[in-house]
Design a protein. Structure first.
Length: 157
């Protein structure tokens, strides 16, 4: 924990050299420790110092693990919320599209009705004039019928 993982292979092959490497990287003063044949002798307070360094490193690693776990959980929560909002937006856009389609259908129906009414009025006027002209040409002396349209149109523009 006190060294990077790339130097751990050395510890498996030569534990004494590995212990020296750990001590040199953590304790700067060589008077604070001495390496024997089978043991490492530490001066007063050095064991506590090494334990505190180990605990600091463990706390730092635990913080990294917790941070990544929290990040993963928040990311999942965000993705669920994003998916839910996309579904709601899709649902609402479908409602709005159906409403717009209904309005377009109503406008088209109104246009067809208006066109049919204007056609009926114009056709009635035309037939009244046509019948009057045909009657005059045929020699009939009849009064032309006065046409009163169902819908009056403003032609003053």
């Amino acid at each position: 924990m006190l060294l990077k993982s790339d130097s751990w292979q050395q510890g498996a092959q030569d534990p004494k050299a590995f212990s020296k490497t750990i001590l040199k990287s953590t304790i700067n003063d060589e008077d604070k420790y001495q390496i024997g044949l089978t043991k490492i002798f530490l001066r007063a307070g050095m064991l506590a110092y090494l334990e505190s360094r180990r605990l600091d490193r463990l706390n730092a690693l635990a913080t990294v693990i917790q941070k990544n776990f929290k990040r993963t959980m928040q990311r999942r929560k965000y993705l669920r919320l994003r998916d839910a909002s996309i579904r709601i937006q899709t649902w609402w856009r479908g409602i709005m599209a159906r409403k717009m389609l209904l309005e377009l259908k109503k406008e088209a129906a109104v246009g067809r009705l208006q066109r049919a009414a204007r056609m009926y009025i114009q056709r009635s006027r035309f037939l009244a004039v046509h019948n009057a002209v045909t009657g005059l040409q045929a020699g009939k002396n009849t009064q032309p019928t006065v046409f009163t349209p169902l819908l009056t149109r403003n032609t003053s523009y």
